[in-house]
Write a protein that binds this ligand. Structure first.
Ligand code: PLP
Length: 390
């Protein structure tokens, strides 16, 4: 028996290697990867440019320290700041750490405004991570149960509901920021209306609050724009990234702009590993390949192909609530819990996921081909149809 702590209910498979959107298990069986390790493997598996860049970097320098200048981090920060139109980047190692940085930044910003008990507005069904503060910001009672006392200073409202936030604005003088996902991933692929996001921007300007977007899952090209909030034409004050940023090498980032820039000074925050040369090479290479290979256009086109195929194939089925998503962030909501589909898909050589009990989630790599997209639909549709007939 392996000695791993029992934190995951794992599927009965282990992979030995991968190529593009294919993974191979210990028996040599091949799988079509519709999950990309939960939106992590942006460039698929074994991407030649990423492998070459990382191999070169491993042989030169993997880690120094933030006690020194790190040119790879400076380059990655320049690239991120340019595509996000934001000013500053703090590098860390994961999504929850990026959100921890955002939460601390908002609190410090509040204290600088003379607010001693700063509060952050967060959403129902939100997912922001598993550390204590990000778990407290997460809108899932099941994930929180047993870990009380939670971190205070969060005010929860329904997602995509402007009136609810306006109510809080009227009565709570301690609010300093709003933190939300433009598209909720773990929560079931719930898409914020663009008008709602624009209204939040206006409200934050009026109230001097920070608008903080968690793009850990929906960012980095997946929705056909660099970042999902850009579809609404807004600029946030703070943005968090991780998952797809390093195409498999752990890295997270917290970006700040405008009023949020300059809040952190030396001594306020830090990370031993954060922004190390290896991780930043992975991030910079990922960003460059997305750009040179026009993978954002691919995400838009392939997302439409997959959603159209699913809608067509499932059109006559009883039990489909909605096929939705943006680009390669796709959800199929059923009218019943459907976790069992994951095992059935695995048996057929397809990797999918179910989130929020009833939503089949697809997060393919941005390098998936049309043929693979068509294959994904052809494998998945009969599985769902059979499941719904039982
Ligand atoms: C996955 C996720 C996180 C947490 O990221 P970790 O790297 O697992 O800590 C935070 N926010 C969102 C939106 C996520 O999808």
């Amino acid at each position: 028996m392996p000695h791993l702590m029992n934190t995951y209910g794992r599927l009965p498979v282990a992979f030995t290697h991968g190529e593009g959107c294919r993974l191979f298990d210990e028996q040599g069986k091949s799988y079509l990867d519709g999950m990309s390790g939960i939106a992590v493997n942006t460039l698929g598996h074994n991407h030649p440019r990423l492998v070459a860049a990382l191999s070169r970097q491993v042989g030169r320098l993997m880690h120094t320290s933030n006690l020194y200048h790190i040119r790879e981090a400076e380059d990655a920060s320049d690239h991120l700041a340019r595509i996000a139109k934001m000013d500053e980047v703090f590098f860390c190692n994961s999504g929850c750490e990026a959100n921890e940085a955002a939460i601390k930044l908002a609190r410090l910003y509040g204290h600088q405004q003379g607010i001693d008990q700063p509060a952050i507005i967060v959403m129902e069904q939100a997912f922001h991570g598993r550390t204590l503060a990000t778990l407290s910001a997460t809108g899932n009672r099941k994930a929180q149960a047993g870990f009380e006392p939670l971190v205070s200073g969060f005010v929860r409202v329904p997602f995509d509901d402007l009136a609810a936030i306006e109510q809080v604005a009227l009565h709570n003088p301690n609010v300093v920021a709003i933190l939300f996902e433009p598209i909720q991933g773990e929560g079931g692929i719930n898409i914020a209306h663009h008008e709602y996001m624009r209204s939040l921007r206006t409200l934050c300007n009026e109230k001097n609050w920070l608008l903080m977007v968690d793009e850990v899952q929906c960012g980095l090209g997946r929705t056909g724009a660099w970042f999902a909030h850009q579809h609404a034409g807004i600029l946030p004050d703070v943005m968090t990234l991780a998952k797809g940023l390093g195409s498999g090498v752990p890295i997270g980032a917290c970006l700040a702009a405008g009023r949020a820039a300059g809040v952190f000074q030396p001594g306020n925050h830090g990370s031993t590993f954060g922004g190390n040369p290896l991780a930043c090479t992975a991030a910079l290479t990922t960003l460059k390949v997305i750009e040179t290979d026009d993978l954002m256009t691919r995400a838009t086109e392939l997302g439409e192909l997959i959603r159209d195929g699913l809608r067509h194939g499932l059109a006559d089925a009883d039990g489909i609530v909605e096929v939705r998503g943006d680009g390669l962030l796709i959800g199929i909501e059923l009218d019943r819990p459907c976790g069992d589909l994951v095992k059935r898909a695995l048996a057929k050589g397809l990797l999918i996921n179910v989130t929020a009990d009833k939503v089949v989630r697809l997060l393919p790599a941005l390098v998936m081909s049309d043929a693979e997209g068509t294959e994904l639909v052809a494998l998945l549709v009969p599985l769902i149809l059979d499941f719904l007939k039982e």
